[in-house]
Write a protein that binds this ligand. Structure first.
Ligand SMILES: Cc1ncc(C[n+]2csc(CCOP(=O)(O)OP(=O)(O)O)c2C)c(N)n1
Length: 365
């Protein structure tokens, strides 16, 4: 091989790595790229305010922050089509805002108010918006994985060309329910995309201490006959390119995918996790903040591409801060749920005394 062809091979490899040139990204307009920045900044500002008011005692329950992972929610949800669905775990604020939920209804939910997206009865871990195909916010680790499978099953059953994006953490990949879901997703060929947000820790346990397949969790999908891939969660272009491939597989071939996105959370597992620095060093956290922050990196990219100015970045930030402030005002001024609301929005079935029931045959056969 002569020198020129080696150089062109290297160049080709470099191009392959440049996800800005993948068609899904190449088609982006400048306005869309700026919107992604706005999307990530809005999530971060929302959560910074959530932390402040949680510490002031304005919220009950837990608060799990998504700060550091914003490119995953914004990148993946920017690709959703009208018939696609999304479901996640308890670290759910970022996905909710990314799918277009109003910050006011989200903040009111954190404040436990009747105007919240779950009428103030769900709290931080249970944001829902069925009209936006956002199926929550689930507190049981891995509990959302069979539910996501069920949504994908419904799409196929109803012959709707859609995909379900089901997010889970690196700790949830060791739950039996996830493996049962993967088995059925592969066996029944369902249009589901399992997105593992590998933020490297499940509570205080690092992924190295809790999982086999240490360098790659997604590879386990092979055993279930499912396609898999990995993405760098600090790079919006890469997240989008890889997610796009998975969504296409769901839409065109009705096949599942497992996509592992490497990311990082800056705060503890929840706000209650005051010992976050016991299981990871300050240097590690600072390194991520300084060199791998998705908002910083995206801002720099847009500056380099001359799509934004420093002034515009500041303006986007100020607007987000103002939006959050008015969401806090709305939430604190809203009424709590009525006492009787505790008996509402509960699913139950009455076991009718029918002949079938009496004969011992299951009524819902
Ligand atoms: C079935 C079940 N077991 C244990 C818990 C307690 N728990 C809550 S979060 C969590 C860690 C999950 O970590 P991971 O899936 O990596 O998600 P991350 O917090 O990193 O987003 C555990 C063990 C739970 N909520 N549900």
């Amino acid at each position: 091989m002569n020198k020129t062809s080696v150089a062109s091979k290297i160049q080709a490899e470099v191009d392959l790595q440049d996800f800005s040139k993948v068609s899904t990204n190449a088609a982006l307009t400048s306005d869309q790229k700026v919107e992604f920045l706005r999307g990530m900044v809005r999530i971060r500002r929302f959560e910074q305010a959530a932390l402040k008011y949680y510490n002031q005692g304005c919220m009950g329950g837990f608060l799990h922050l998504y700060i550091g992972q914003e490119a995953v929610a914004v990148g993946t949800s920017s690709l959703l089509h009208a018939d696609d669905h999304i479901i996640t775990a308890y670290r759910d604020h970022g996905h909710a805002i990314a799918v277009g939920m109003d910050m006011k209804e989200c903040m009111a939910e954190l404040f436990g108010k009747a105007t919240g997206c779950s009428k103030g009865k769900g709290g931080s871990m249970h944001f829902f918006s069925p009209e936006r195909h956002y199926w929550g916010g689930h507190g049981v680790v891995g509990g959302q994985t069979p539910l996501g499978l069920g949504i994908a099953y419904a799409l196929k059953y109803k012959k709707v060309r859609g995909a379900t994006l089901c997010f889970l953490g690196d700790g949830a990949v060791n739950q039996g329910t996830y493996h049962e879901s993967l088995n059925l997703a592969g066996l029944w060929s369902l249009p589901v995309v399992y997105i593992i947000e590998n933020n490297q820790y499940s509570m205080g346990t690092s992924v190295e201490r809790s999982s086999t397949f240490r360098n790659c969790l997604a590879q386990r999908a092979e055993g279930y006959g499912i396609a898999w891939d990995t993405a760098n969660g600090e790079d919006l272009y890469e997240v989008r390119a890889k997610t796009q491939g998975a969504i296409q597989r769901a839409h065109k071939d009705c096949r599942p995918t497992v996509l592992e996105v490497r990311t990082y959370r800056y705060y503890g597992h929840s706000v209650a996790d005051a010992n976050a620095k016991k299981y990871r060093s300050t240097e590690e956290i600072e390194r991520h903040k300084n060199f791998h922050d998705p908002i910083r990196l995206w801002s720099k990219r847009l500056l380099d591409e001359a799509i934004v100015t420093g002034k515009l970045i500041d303006q986007i930030d100020e607007e987000a801060v103002r939006e959050v402030e008015s969401a806090v005002q709305f939430a604190s001024g809203s009424p709590p749920p009525r006492e009787t609301a505790i008996f509402e929005d509960i699913y139950y079935e009455v076991d009718h005394a029918t002949q079938a029931g009496c004969s011992g045959t299951h009524f819902f056969r």
